[in-house]
Design a binder for this molecule. Sequence first.
Ligand code: CA
Ligand code: CA
Length: 505
Amino acid sequence: MPVLRDAIVRRSLLIVFVIAVMAASALPVRGATQGTSASSAVEGQTPGKFVMRVVTSGLANPFQIIWGPDDYLWVTERTAGRVTRVRPSDGSKTTAIAISDLVADGPGGLLGMALDPGLLKGTGNDYVYVAYTYDADANPATVTRRTKIVRFTYDAHTHVLGNASDIMAGLPAGTDHQGGRLILGPDRKLYFTIGDLGANQLANFCKPDRSQSVPTLAQVKRLARRSAGGAEAADLSLYEGKILRLNLDGSIPSDNPVIAGVRSHIYSYGHRNPQGLVFAPDGKLYESEHGPNTDDEVNLIRAGGNYGWPHVAGYRDDQSYAYANWSASRGVPCASLTFTAYPAIPPSVPVQKESEWNHPDFTPPIQTFHTVPTGYDFKNPKCAERELYYQCWPTVAPSSLAVYTAKNGIPGWNHSLLMPSLKHGTVYRIQLNAAGTAVVGDPDENEHFKTVNRYRDVALDPEGASLFIATDVEGNTQDRSGRPAMRVENPGAILEFRYVRDQSR
Ligand SMILES: [Ca+2]
Ligand SMILES: [Ca+2]
């Protein structure tokens, strides 16, 4: 009963909001200004409190943040193309590498990063894996923007990354919905998210969405020859809107799922803009992705699963979304049309209801942010100024995902997912059931982490006592009253929210 449940969610969000407004008016300044003196304590819903500290600032759009085995925070700076190590105690920075052949514009640059579990363990696996965008052809007339996954080797004496080794090049890149999260699974396979590149909307509205496209056997054979050093071209645009699973040499794992009769790098498909990807200790893989104007999703990923996009947003419920396929415009060339959002679709553009599409591998999300009924008014007057209505849409722009498992950490938090939001400047806590297959109750909006920032990624310290949150340098978010904010409070920063136990209890 997703609609009913989301009606309840909306009502509870309203209640949370009212409580938050009442709480905000009763509290002193929340102290989210910059500088190490800017600590503040805000009573949370859990016993004890969180103390906020600005660890560092001046980072160039940090995209990935990881607590490393050297007790430094390892950060990718997307637009500067740097891997930077930040000492948590004083925020001092050390550049491990500035990547020379990287090109950063739009959503591109240095994206996800994974540390090999053998890093600094003396096993000879001092490897760091990153993904970044580059120009595959130096000729300006034929230049093609692509993404590649590269392995670097870390020198523990000089603290420098070097010895670049391409794992897989030629992957899709674009001007929107890049995805870009990279993780190393417990099976020592790389998992990499690629979005639909913004196909079928806005500036890319005549570009067909390929989230449902899967390669033929002949295409995979061409790809395998290319991976082995062959020059034969393979159309990797088929990897748009996918989660890929790769061997550490870039080849296709022999136990990858067979989809439509073909085994390729594709692990799951039908994804819109997947930016969150994380394994739980029990081996379950969770993902978060951006929906259109509704239905941001949290998914439990299974091999070969079809997550529905662009035929379905959120649940297959015909609520507030139908697939208008602009590039399939009949009788009128798509390029002569002007893009408009659903439901104001020109008659030449075919529109398919969610219920008109069915697929045996369709897998609905375990949580949406948020599902609203058809007829919902997307023009909230709170966002009427400068017509920034999208800022008030029932979405949160999930930028990442972490698993919280510290049994003796923050009370009540064990076995939950933490999801940072670009639009709301908070971290949602999503409680999982014991099996990890469903969400229990309503996600916690965590008002105690609220600042006027765009939260890009979150890392935890080994004790599970602190959340370290990386912020974008600019962009729209919401202020504390829920209205659009044009400026962020802490550009390019790492914020620490440290849990302090209540000693009086
Ligand atoms: Ca989906
Ligand atoms: Ca739906």
